[in-house]
Design a protein around this ligand. Structure first.
Ligand code: SF4
Length: 317
């Protein structure tokens, strides 16, 4: 009897069009951030061979960590990864999975893989300043070579998100909603409302980490240093918000689309507050460099420090 092989359908990967050109420029932002980088057990031997160093010189053993974490990479006195040097990464070919996945933030559901980026990476942040083109969700390659399905939130067993407390969407309706939502401008909250949303994100940072409170006198600084230039950067703020709508892990919380919009609104608010902070500290009117720094800081808070479940929950009034 003839054997029939049923091939699984290839996994589709969806990107925002302005993110599609992303390629690591080896800025070293992720290698010098000082955050703990987990090492998978199957990377220990390859890294050990490549580094030719004793494990205790580069691997901090895991305490009460999940079984898929052997430890974290040791840091130099300046907070840089122990393997980061003038010529880049000393163990690039065998680097831990989280190094190869940065700055990708992926959501996997029954439609495929959805990719957004952490704009803490300066290369990713620069893409938000790309020449004007209508924002669109497009198909593209897998973000991480060798992985059809990269690391991320795996929601393939989940039902589609909730549109309202008692109504599920269809997959097609969810995709249509995303396509419409990414084209929208942020709704420009009052600075008082932005301050409340910023504070909600700030307190979502778990101890022992912490994030600086919003600067005092937001309104005055906004009017003096940000408002004159903000309209020029409206397309950048719009792309930043779009990047919070696609691949949003909040879609698969109990509140579905409401939680996605809440996180997107919080991101817009955090960006406004961090822009004020950058302009205050530089003592000059907003320009592209200051906005890029504000975007990097916003994603450091939102993507890397804040607890996503707290972030997607409502603010306490
Ligand atoms: S292992 Fe390499 S890529 Fe990963 S943080 Fe260290 S220097 Fe950077």
């Amino acid at each position: 009897m003839k054997q029939v092989h049923i091939l699984a359908a290839p996994v589709k990967t969806f990107w925002l069009n302005f993110h599609l050109a992303y390629a690591c420029q080896h800025s070293g932002a992720c290698c010098t951030s000082g955050w703990p980088i987990p090492v998978e057990p199957d990377r220990v031997i390859p890294i050990r061979s490549l580094a030719a160093r004793r494990d205790e010189e580069w691997l901090v053993p895991a305490v009460a960590a999940p079984a898929d974490v052997a430890g974290t990479l040791a840091l130099q006195a300046n907070g840089h990864c122990v393997f980061h040097g003038d010529t880049g990464c000393g163990v690039y070919a065998s680097r831990p999975a989280s190094c190869s996945h940065f700055p990708y933030v992926c959501l996997i559901d029954r439609r495929g893989v959805h990719v957004t980026l952490s704009h803490f990476c300066p290369t990713a942040a620069s893409l938000l300043f790309a020449p004007e083109a209508p924002i669109a969700i497009v198909e593209g390659p897998s973000p991480v070579a060798g992985f059809d399905v990269p690391e991320g939130l795996d929601a393939r067993e989940s039902l589609p998100p909730l549109r309202s407390p008692d109504r599920l969407m269809t997959w097609e309706a969810f995709s249509n909603w995303e396509r419409a939502e990414v084209g929208k401008q942020p709704t420009a909250p009052s600075l008082a409302d932005a301050a409340v949303l910023f504070e909600h994100a700030r307190v979502a940072v778990p101890a022992p980490w912490a994030w600086a409170p919003a600067p005092a006198d937001l309104e005055r600084t906004w009017q003096m240093l940000v408002a004159p230039a903000w309209p020029r950067f409206a397309p950048v703020a719009q792309r930043y918000r779009a990047a919070k709508v696609v691949a949003s892990w909040a879609a698969y919380t109990d509140e579905g689309l409401a939680a996605v919009l809440r996180v997107a609104d919080a991101a817009d608010a955090v960006l406004r507050v961090e822009t004020i902070r950058q302009c205050m500290s530089a003592g000059r009117v907003l320009d592209a460099d200051l906005l890029k720094q504000a975007i990097r800081h916003s994603d450091l808070l939102l993507v890397h420090y804040a607890d996503p479940s707290v972030l997607s929950s409502g603010t306490k009034s």
